[in-house]
Design a protein around this ligand. Sequence first.
Ligand code: SAH
Length: 379
Amino acid sequence: MSESNTKTNLLGMSPQTLGDFFESIGEKRFRSTQVLKWIHQFGVDNFDDMTNISKALRAKLTDVAEIREPEVVMQKTSKDGTRKWVIKTEGGSSVEMVLIPDGDRKTLCVSSQVGCSLDCSFCSTGKQGFNRNLTAAEIIGQVRIAIKSYGPFDPSGDRRVTNVVLMGMGEPLMNFNNVVEAVKLMMEDNAYGLSKRRVTLSTAGVVPALDKLGDETDVSLAVSLHAPNDELRDQLVPINRRYPINELIDACNRYLGKLNDKRVATVEYTLIAGINDQPEHARQLVKLLRRLPSKLNLIPFNPFPNSGYDRPSDEAIDAFKQIMLRGNILTTVRRTRGDDVDAACGQLVGQVQDRTRRSEKYIPVQQVSPDASTQTPLQ
Ligand code: SAH
């Protein structure tokens, strides 16, 4: 066994957990504040560089702990500036994360699981099956890697990542504890210090976990609806058979009720030609969304090989949007970004060693495009 496997990785520990760790090695809890800053604000990997900590404690930490980030195996940049990283996770699989620059806003879309167990019919991640949950270090490590990619850490400089969305591979609420640890670090003043309005967790609707989430954190909420009635949603988002739309809407309202502010939920609705994009669907959706303080984000379906689905025409997308607007639902259409490097919504695949055997029924997407001009192999 390599030496590193016996050490405790501090990278994914929230302030509370890091405080517990210091106590467990006979040190004062307040050390966690110092160490958090070194790890997340200065990007330090070695305890020896933590100069406001005594030499003796530095040596002790070097003995028992480490700061270990996941390894980047590939980075690609889209023509529109969207960047995608492929990150190796322990066990030989890989996941993907995407940075989407848009004016002053730089949104990082992070993954929470290797693959996904929910099997939504239109999502390429789901078709690959599921391998395991990412650790908190592997989740927050994505944020750290994106920030570092701009060069040496510069805590006083412009924010290099302004928003984080948990909309990459995986269902965040199926990896509850690790996701909560990582989200706390994103919003922690001594770590990344992002406002709760700029960190968004997206879920397909794991209702009991959503109720628990509101007791642990106050991250912003997005919910993947994709259909205005149970009959259709049962087909597109199979977890609906366990937690149908009414229960999901109630849970979202309970979650919003726990936030002490006027935030609303973002409802995501992937528009698929001939499936859920008809005027009747839009009218049903208007009625449904009257029951949830929300804004609607329409996502034109992003195709992938053998999906069996198509993107609606621009006219159909606009017609759907107009019905929503006439129904007084605040509606935007998500611009497709990064699709030339397979970085668009639903195109993130990584490399999943499936444990569900689902992927045997599925012909995988070509992993790496042969376009060498945009591809930067890092090793
Ligand atoms: N499991 C979580 C997090 C993933 S978010 C969730 O479901 O919310 C990824 C978003 O992209 C979801 O809204 C998902 O439904 C959507 N999506 C998945 N596949 C897509 C595709 N092929 N085209 C467009 N959007 C897609």
